[in-house]
Design a protein around this ligand. Structure first.
Ligand SMILES: [Zn+2]
Length: 171
């Protein structure tokens, strides 16, 4: 809905656009654009002490809040490859997925420019690398099931739900 907010002209030829919030079509060249959610891939990396790795956000959106490390899947990229790439970029760790933990919808950003996101989460384990915050992350820390940050310090709407699901699993 919000992805196409304010679009008036075709990005290919400059012609006029017609359609609704979910789909626009160019009257001149026939170009069609859909307001699909953007997929992300993130990891619940758990260590041998059953602690979960969280990353403090350095990006503008949800700045300073705790998040699960991960990021947007690139065009044509396998989400598992996106998971490995994002974890390497943000945490320095080489990770291997253990199993898909779940899928949660959310919004990225705020107001008319916010984007719908489809967020994939894997349970994962570190198999190499050196833990070091980088890229869009200012700090990394391990949290036990009973040590998770309070809701107001956790980024987005879906991440607290993911953390609660992890905390309550096998609890
Ligand atoms: Zn056009």
């Amino acid at each position: 809905m919000a992805a196409l907010h304010g679009w008036r002209f075709c990005p290919v030829c400059g012609g006029g656009l017609r359609g609704g919030d979910d789909r626009l079509e160019c009257e001149a060249c026939g170009y069609v654009v859909y307001a699909n959610p953007a997929p992300t891939a993130s990891a619940l990396v758990v260590d041998e002490h059953d602690r979960l790795l969280l990353a403090r956000r350095a990006a503008e959106v949800e700045h300073g809040k705790w998040d699960l490390p991960g990021g947007f899947v690139e065009e044509g990229e396998d989400p598992i490859d996106a998971l490995r790439r994002e974890l390497r970029e943000e945490t320095g760790l080489t990770v291997e997925p253990v199993r898909l933990f779940g899928i949660w919808m959310d919004w990225y950003g705020s107001g008319d420019d916010r984007r719908s996101t489809l967020n994939l989460y894997w349970l994962a384990r570190a198999v190499g690398g050196e833990l070091a915050a980088a890229d869009d992350v200012s700090e990394l820390a391990w949290f036990g099931r009973d040590e998770l940050p309070p809701r107001e310090q956790i980024a987005f709407t879906n991440v607290p739900k993911v953390l609660a699901a992890w905390r309550d699993e096998n609890a």
